[in-house]
Design a protein around this ligand. Structure first.
Ligand SMILES: NC(=O)C[C@H](N)C(=O)O
Length: 326
């Protein structure tokens, strides 16, 4: 039997809803241990409670703590894989952080729940059982960090939370899930996944602002980020990677001060490219030195830039990190 470590960090999967209508709140994470007997047909498991936070309280420092713990567990010869339970709001960011820094080929699976422990149709125990099944599966090796939710297996790079409350919230809009679970089996549709070059496991200290472009915006938010001494800026651009002309002075200023600007699209499908040659178009942005981050979402590009800035790379190598994958 495979040995899987379950690391709990909080989220709705570790919460209860008040019966007096006072909302959903964290409870003693030990309550999650009630799921352990359901796991016995699939793997030998042990649970470690390292955090008990709603995921909007998770910062890159907690992601670092989680990654350290995962690395420590995977280094143990008798551990075959790790499952992390996490709140869904920032789950994709922690999953991508792990994907960037974990070097082991052993399976790493993140899961959570949309309904708390005592709610009708609670999905937490079910997702946890499925996450352990995937972590114990040979084909889950070498795929990077995976997200298992609602019978589907997604890669950390592609997955995103798409619905505020639906249990089918996690989707990979560009490529779809890489696998599926049924009661009887687990099917992987693809074994090839896009992987990023590994980044060092560090506690990121760099600050990165995330700014979303919209029609008619000017550069005031970029100027604000420069004044606040942010170390980097990610801009969610329009379409294929274009910006309103009034944002350009701030971009010039930022690059002049060696504050890198990473461009992604606010579209949830497709990548940014230097296609358009009008003022503010991708061609001009690229010529100015803006870094194009392929098909990453804004929140994931921000995590990657935070970790990459720790390498103190010259801008040309930083650019390469974003524009060339493995
Ligand atoms: N479903 C959830 O886990 C949402 C919750 N707000 C969290 O992210 O902690």
């Amino acid at each position: 039997m495979k040995q899987i470590v379950i690391i709990t960090t909080g989220g709705t999967i570790a919460m209860v809803e008040s019966t007096e209508g006072n909302g959903v709140k964290p409870q003693d994470p030990a309550a999650l241990q009630s799921v352990l007997p359901l796991l016995t047909p699939y793997a030998q498991t042990r649970m470690e409670h390292i955090l008990n936070l709603p995921s909007p309280h998770i910062t890159p420092q907690e992601m670092y703590l989680i990654a350290q713990k995962v690395t420590e567990c995977l280094a143990q010869i008798d551990t075959d894989g790790v499952v992390i339970t996490h709140g869904t709001d920032t789950l994709e960011e922690t999953a991508f952080f792990l994907d960037l820094v974990i070097q082991s080929d052993k399976p790493v699976v993140v899961t959570g729940a949309m309904r708390s422990h005592n709610e009708l149709g609670a999905d937490g125990p079910y997702n946890l059982v499925n996450a352990v099944r995937v972590a114990a599966h040979d084909q889950a090796k070498g795929l990077g960090t995976l997200v298992v939710f609602n019978d589907e297996i997604h890669t950390a790079r592609q997955v995103t939370k798409t619905h505020t409350s639906n249990v089918a919230t996690f989707q990979s809009p560009a490529l779809g899930p890489i696998g599926h679970l049924s009661k009887k089996d687990i099917r992987f549709y693809r074994q090839e996944v896009v992987r990023e070059k590994a980044l060092p496991l560090v506690n990121p200290t760099a600050t990165v602002a995330l700014i979303k472009a919209a029609a008619g915006m000017d550069d005031s938010m970029i100027q604000w980020a420069i004044k606040q001494n942010y170390d980097g800026i990610v801009i969610e651009a329009l379409g294929q990677g274009n910006l309103p002309p009034a944002m350009l002075p701030g971009i010039r200023q930022s690059l002049k001060q060696n504050i890198p600007i990473v461009l992604v699209s606010r579209c949830f499908n497709g990548s940014v490219q230097d296609i358009y040659a009008y003022v503010g178009g991708g061609k001009q942005l690229k010529e100015m030195g803006v870094i194009f981050a392929s098909d990453l979402s804004g929140q994931k590009a921000r995590i990657k830039l935070m970790l990459s800035l720790e390498l103190n790379l010259p801008i040309s190598l930083l650019k390469e990190r974003f524009e060339k994958l493995i």
